[in-house]
Ligand binder design. Structure first.
Ligand code: SF4
Length: 485
């Protein structure tokens, strides 16, 4: 372990600090990442490990490109690496974390999740089509500061978590008891925060503050280029976003791009121009794609979902983006190979979601809850009790049986259909959801009872199975023959 720790640290430090030696250090680290992934004893297919390797090596190379260009600052990168990977290669911290996680397993029967997504406030300054956020930022629903803080504290202490995702509404608007989201970033300086933001409030001053903090990366939402973004987000927003990206580059803060794929922009997302623009010209360090989840009223929403055919096209594009272009992109439905399947339900190494009302949900895209964190605290319990409902346990059981704890390759589920709700809707409705679960809002309540909605998703899942089972078989079951080093 000591040897590995030293090799890792010296390569990372060289990449960050020394432009001249960066290339050689990347080569060394690249080989190290490859060997570590391929030789780990996880139950993943070889094809899954290769995609993990491609993702990580692309991330490293894109970060290095941004360092070369001066788009990100060494100090910020150092902190990021330390929080993300430090625990894995620092024996003392690893021991502490492992003790925390073992204690959790002894008490609850399984290892804890790695992170959670917290949306402390619903308020937003934009009014994007189809978004649930409230445009009334002062009176919008929100968690009080103490509750937000306690959630993060407990994730840190009970789960051993060092990574948090903050979503919204618009997180940069969150204010409670005179405190803002920046106060949370500042207080939890040994944690790293990924913040989903519309970017319009990322002024030079805010960007500099994030650089000074050094433990935050914003992921800015776009829908495509100007036309696609402004059609949904409003006039003038795209230029504000480009200005925000310039502010982040000037301050040296690594940022990502977050894009929702729909049936309308899927074609555009299969073109290289989009990725070249945001990675090469704008200096994004990573990109997340979220295929629109059809929660909402009527067939408008289901028609906006990418079709099974488009999904396969996006998958094929994603493969190329990672292995040929070296762009670190992850699509939350197509990239399950790199996360060992569905990561929801607070599973071991996974996550769960808490919204502005305190409702505890398996995933941002599974809008049903049994527990509420405010009630849990009022009963004198902790965050850990919030993920012990029957619904959460059903979800974790399904995840294990579907793949992530299965040793027999013939019993592993199709990696290209990982989603517990979207890709296996009837299983979700009848085997995971419990009668005590409530919809996050009226739309979620209506959707789950609507027979037409069920029919649309059932057909979708059957079509997807037809289109992807052969890819799964050839690429994963029959031992993917990929990169050799
Ligand atoms: S429920 Fe679906 S969207 Fe949520 S983590 Fe699992 S696969 Fe991803």
């Amino acid at each position: 372990m000591k040897l590995k720790e030293n090799l890792f640290k010296s390569s990372v430090n060289t990449i960050i600090n020394t432009k001249l030696l960066r290339k050689a250090a990347i080569k060394k680290l690249d080989r190290f990442i490859f060997n570590s992934i391929m030789n780990d004893d996880s139950l993943a297919f070889r094809g899954e490990k290769i995609e993990r390797y491609h993702f990580l090596t692309s991330l490293m190379k894109q970060a290095s490109y941004n360092l070369d260009k001066g788009f990100i600052k060494p100090e910020v990168t150092r902190k990021m690496v330390n929080v993300f990977a430090g625990d894995t290669f620092n024996s003392k911290r690893l021991d502490n974390m492992q003790d925390t996680q073992i204690a959790f397993k002894e008490k609850y029967g399984d290892f804890p999740p790695k992170f959670l997504v917290l949306s402390p406030g619903k308020g937003c300054n934009l009014r994007c089509t189809g978004c649930y956020a409230s445009s009334n930022s002062v009176n919008a629903e929100k968690l009080d500061f103490e509750t937000s803080r306690r959630i993060i504290r407990e994730a840190h202490d009970i789960f051993g978590s060092r990574f948090m995702v903050i979503s919204g509404g618009e997180p940069l608007l969150y204010k409670s008891d005179g405190k803002t989201i920046m106060d949370l970033f500042e207080e939890f300086s040994d944690m790293f925060f990924l913040v989903y933001t519309n970017g319009t409030l990322l002024t030079e001053k805010v960007a500099q503050k994030l650089a000074d903090l050094g433990n935050v990366t914003p992921a800015i939402s776009v829908e495509g280029f100007e036309l696609e973004t402004e059609t949904r987000r409003g006039r003038g927003v795209y230029n504000k976003i480009l200005k925000a990206l310039a502010n982040l580059r000037k301050a040296g803060v690594p940022f990502g791009i977050s894009v929702t794929s729909t049936s309308l922009n899927a074609e555009m997302l299969t073109k290289s121009e989009f990725y070249d623009f945001f990675f090469k010209e704008q200096g994004a360090t990573y990109m997340w794609q979220f295929q629109l989840m059809p929660i909402g009223r009527g067939k408008d929403v289901t028609e906006l979902m990418v079709t099974p055919q488009q999904r396969v096209k996006l998958y094929r594009k994603w493969e190329k983006l990672l292995s040929e272009d070296g762009y670190p992109v992850a699509d939350f439905w197509n990239s399950a190979s790199i996360s060992n399947g569905c990561i929801a339900y607070g599973r071991w190494g996974g996550y769960f979601y808490i919204d502005w009302n305190g409702n505890i949900m398996p995933c941002v895209f599974v809008p049903y809850h049994v527990d509420n964190i405010k009630d849990i605290y009022a009963e004198g319990k902790t965050l850990a009790e919030g993920i012990q409902s029957r619904m959460f346990k059903n979800g974790r059981k399904w995840q294990k049986e579907y793949g992530f704890d299965v040793t027999d390759p013939d019993k592993k589920g199709n990696v290209l259909m990982p989603c517990s709700i979207r890709d296996h809707f009837q299983n979700f409705k009848y085997n995971i959801l419990t009668p005590d679960a409530k919809g996050e809002d009226e739309d979620a309540e209506i959707a789950i009872k609507d027979p037409n909605y069920e029919e649309v998703l059932k057909d979708y899942d059957e079509e997807l199975e037809k289109l992807t089972s052969k890819i799964f078989e050839e690429k994963f079951l029959n031992e993917f023959q990929g990169v050799e080093q």
